[in-house]
Design a protein around this ligand. Structure first.
Ligand code: SAM
Length: 274
């Protein structure tokens, strides 16, 4: 795969495992609602190091995790090996073109804050539908633009410090707009009546204070790393740090000083594939 692919470079730049560590409980809770049974064939697309793929495999599903970032695929395979999950494997791939995956294969395609970050959203919708078997489902978790909760605000603040994206760039956040989701799946042959939406919540649980969690995002989360790099060049590092700290502190619901717990709202999309 082309190392100059900016989408791949963004996610290999940091180390998302450091953020994912604070998302494990929510990943497990979400997976427990998916009706997973032994032998169900699942594709977890944009799987990271397996926050949802690992609990799905623990429920007995046959899980393939696909992610564009080589370091996250390695981390996922390591977690699968450590946990003795022989029904779970991870491999590199791009949601815009799922080379090597046959049509009509998976009972369930899951993509939690994953495929939304790929470019070419119409291609992504087509690929997800193509690899889902008829009678199967697609479940996406997508952050919502302008939502007041954590992740939408991190991305909004980060974008304000980062140079504008190239012309024609489609914001990942548009996957959090119902009309866009319907349009993208319609172009892949799915009727709007087969798509349902629900607002759901992920909770970031971190063993440390809010400013330490900001530091984790600053050091390991690609979009925030880019924002800090740009802010440094324009002498605005402190402004960005303060803005993010104020956000994390205001959203923290933990009463303990050594623990941060922040809920974040997302759009949960379920698509029935005929
Ligand atoms: C916010 S992380 C979420 C990871 C994981 N789903 C989780 O819940 O922890 C976004 C993930 O999408 C992956 N990703 C971004 N663009 C992708 C693409 N075009 N194809 C496959 N994966 C992609 C990134 O490498 C990263 O692991």
């Amino acid at each position: 795969m082309d190392q100059m692919n900016p989408n791949k470079a963004l996610w290999e730049k940091g180390d998302f495992t450091r953020i994912a560590a604070s998302m494990r409980e929510s990943g497990e809770a979400l997976v427990s609602t998916l009706g997973i049974t032994t032998g169900l064939k699942i594709l977890d697309l944009g799987c990271g190091d397996g926050t949802t793929a690992v609990p799905a495999a623990k429920l007995g599903a046959d899980v393939l995790g696909v992610d564009i970032a080589r370091n996250l695929v390695e981390a996922g395979n390591q977690r699968a090996a450590e946990q003795g999950l022989t029904n779970l494997r991870f491999r590199e791939g791009d949601a815009t073109n799922l080379v090597g995956l046959q049509d009509n294969t998976f009972d369930l395609v899951v993509s939690i804050f994953g495929a939304m970050f790929a470019p070419k959203p119409f291609d992504v919708a087509k690929e997800m539908v193509r690899v889902t078997r008829s009678g199967g489902r697609i479940v996406m978790g997508n952050w919502i633009p302008n939502d007041p909760t954590l992740v939408a605000q991190i991305l909004k603040i980060s974008a304000a410090y980062t140079p504008p994206p190239p012309e024609g760039f489609i914001s990942p956040m548009t996957w959090g707009i119902e009309a866009n989701v319907v349009e993208r799946f319609a172009s892949a042959g799915i009727s709007g009546s087969n798509i349902s939406f629900l607002r759901d919540t992920y909770r970031f649980n971190f063993a440390g204070g809010p400013s330490e969690l900001v530091d984790v995002f600053r050091r390991y989360y690609g979009p925030t790393m880019n924002a800090f790099e740009a802010a440094e060049k324009s002498g605005r590092t402190e402004d960005l740090r303060k803005e993010l700290e104020a956000l994390f502190e205001s959203q923290n619901t933990s009463r303990r000083k050594d623990v941060t717990s922040i809920p974040a709202t997302f759009l949960r999309v379920t698509v029935k594939v005929n």
